[in-house]
Write a new protein. Structure first.
Length: 411
C-alpha cells in the first residue's frame, strides 16, 4: 500500500538530528537542564484553512538565508511555520517533539508531505555559532540537499543566564504536491482531491481513514500525461477527523507520498494528540520485540472486534529474512533486492489467497506499532479481517539499536 517516514529524537551534545522512523506496507541527545524560572510554550499557531503544496516562502530571518540555500527545493512557508514551532519547543523543552506531535504541527500548518526530517541545535546563555550550524546542516542533508524543501527558524527566549536560543530545520523530499483541500468541512460534504506526482513515482492510489473503523481504498483515477495527476472524490459522512492518504510506487514498492486531514463538523485539535494507540498496552512486559509486536497487533484488532492473528512459521521466516535484508542494505521498502512480497512468499512453495506486508524502522517496537497504526495504509493491513496468519521479523542494528520490522500477513 505505501510507506511513511516520521521523525523523532532527542538532544545530543546540544545538536540533534532526528532519527527517521520509517514505514511501508503493501497488500497484493541528552535533555538540557531547565532554568530556575519555569518556561511555558507559546500558544500554537491556528489551523490554516487549506492543506496544499507547494507554498513558496522566504526565510523569516536573513541570517537563515545561507542555511535555506542548502535546500535545493526552496523554502516552503508551511514548513517555516513548523520550524518556528519546533525551535520554540527545542528552546523551552530541551528536545524536539516526537513523531506524532511533528505530524500534528505539519497538518495544522497545511503541509501534506510525509517523511519529514528534523534537525535542531540549542544553547543556553549564549548565541549559536552560525558557521558551525551551516556545516552541520549541510552534512545532515547530505545527498538529498538538491531536492529537499525546507523550513528554518531561530527562537530566543529569556535573558542573561536564563537565555535560551534554538534553531530548527525541517526538510521533506517531495514526491507529489496537493491541490488545496479544506481542513474543515460540514459533515456529509464531498471533497475533491487532486495530487500531482513529481516524476519519481507513479501508479497512484488513495486511502481514506474515517473517524472510526478500518481505512478503505477509494476510487481514484491516475492520468497518463506529464505531470501525472491522481484524482478522487470522497464524502466525509460522519462528524470527526478524516485522514486521506495518497500512495504511489517508487523503486522499492508502494508508499505514501501525501497526507491530509479534514475535520467534518468538529474543530481541529489545538493540542498535540495523545501518544497512546489501541493495542499498545498489550505488549507491555513481553520477552522480546517480536512477541510485543504480535500482542500489540492483536490488541488493536481486538479493539475493532476482529479475530487475532496466529503466527505462521513460513511467513515468519520470510518476514525475518526481509527485515535482515533491509537492515543490511539500510533501505526501507518492499523490494530491497530480495524480490517483492509475493515473489518472496512464492519461493517457499506456499500459496495464499491474500498477502500483505508492513515494514518499519523505529527505535522501539512501541514506536513501530504507534506509527503503523497511525498510517491509514498500514492500518488497512493491521485491521484486514480476511487475514488469519502473520509472520513478524525484527532485525536489530548493533550500532544504533534501531529495529527493522517486517509484518507479513496471510489469508
Amino acid at each position: 500500500m505505501g510507506m511513511q517516514v516520521r521523525a523523532s529524537g532527542a538532544m545530543a551534545a546540544r545538536r540533534v538530528g532526528m532519527a527517521l522512523l520509517m514505514l511501508a506496507c503493501v497488500s497484493i541527545g541528552a535533555r538540557s537542564s531547565a532554568g530556575p524560572t519555569p518556561l511555558v510554550l507559546p500558544a500554537p499557531n491556528p489551523w490554516v484553512a487549506e492543506t496544499k503544496s507547494p507554498r513558496p516562502g522566504i526565510p523569516n530571518d536573513p541570517l537563515d538565508g545561507p542555511i535555506t540555500k542548502l535546500c535545493g527545493g526552496g523554502v516552503d512557508a508551511s514548513l517555516t511555520t513548523v520550524a518556528t514551532e519546533l525551535a520554540q519547543v527545542l528552546a523551552i523543552r530541551g528536545e524536539l517533539p516526537d513523531a506524532q506531535e511533528i505530524d500534528w504541527r505539519q497538518r495544522k500548518a497545511g503541509n501534506p508531505h510525509v517523511w519529514p526530517r528534523t534537525w535542531g541545535a540549542r544553547i543556553d546563555g549564549g548565541t549559536l555559532d552560525r558557521t558551525a550550524l551551516l556545516q552541520d546542516v549541510k552534512t545532515w542533508l547530505g545527498k538529498s540537499a538538491p531536492k529537499v524543501r525546507c523550513g528554518v527558524a531561530l527562537y530566543r527566549t529569556g535573558k542573561g543566564a536564563d537565555a535560551k536560543e534554538a534553531l530548527a530545520v525541517i526538510a521533506v523530499t517531495p514526491l507529489a504536491d496537493l491541490v488545496a483541500i479544506p481542513t474543515k468541512a460540514k459533515a456529509g460534504a464531498w471533497i475533491d482531491l487532486d495530487a500531482v506526482l513529481l516524476g519519481d513515482v507513479d501508479k497512484g492510489q488513495v486511502i481514506l481513514l474515517p473517524p472510526s473503523g478500518a481505512p478503505k481504498t477509494i476510487l481514484s483515477t491516475t492520468t497518463s500525461g506529464t505531470p501525472t495527476h491522481v484524482t478522487a472524490r470522497f464524502a466525509v459522512g460522519n462528524a470527526g477527523r478524516w485522514v486521506v492518504q495518497v500512495l504511489a510506487e517508487d523503486a522499492s514498492g508502494p508508499r505514501p507520498v501525501l497526507e491530509a486531514e479534514v475535520y467534518a463538523g468538529v474543530d481541529p485539535p489545538l493540542a498535540p494528540p495523545s501518544a497512546a494507540v489501541p493495542g499498545e498496552a498489550d505488549g507491555e512486559g513481553a520477552k522480546n520485540p517480536k512477541d510485543a509486536l504480535l500482542l500489540r497487533l492483536n490488541g488493536a484488532r481486538a479493539a475493532e472486534k476482529l479475530k487475532p492473528l496466529v503466527i505462521d512459521a513460513t511467513l515468519a521466516k520470510v518476514a525475518q529474512a526481509h527485515a535482515e535484508a533491509m537492515m543490511k542494505k539500510h533501505l526501507l521498502g518492499h523490494d530491497v533486492g530480495d524480490g517483492d512480497p509475493a515473489a518472496r512468499v512464492a519461493e517457499t512453495g506456499t500459496k495464499w489467497k491474500l498477502l500483505g506486508e508492513n515494514v518499519a524502522k523505529a527505535k522501539t517496537d512501541l514506536g513501530a506499532h504507534r506509527a503503523i497504526y497511525a498510517s491509514p495504509s498500514h492500518r488497512s493491513n493491521l485491521l484486514e479481517g480476511r487475514f488469519t496468519k502473520v509472520g513478524i521479523g525484527v532485525a536489530v542494528d548493533a550500532k544504533t539499536g534501531e529495529l527493522w520490522v517486517t509484518q507479513m500477513y496471510g489469508g
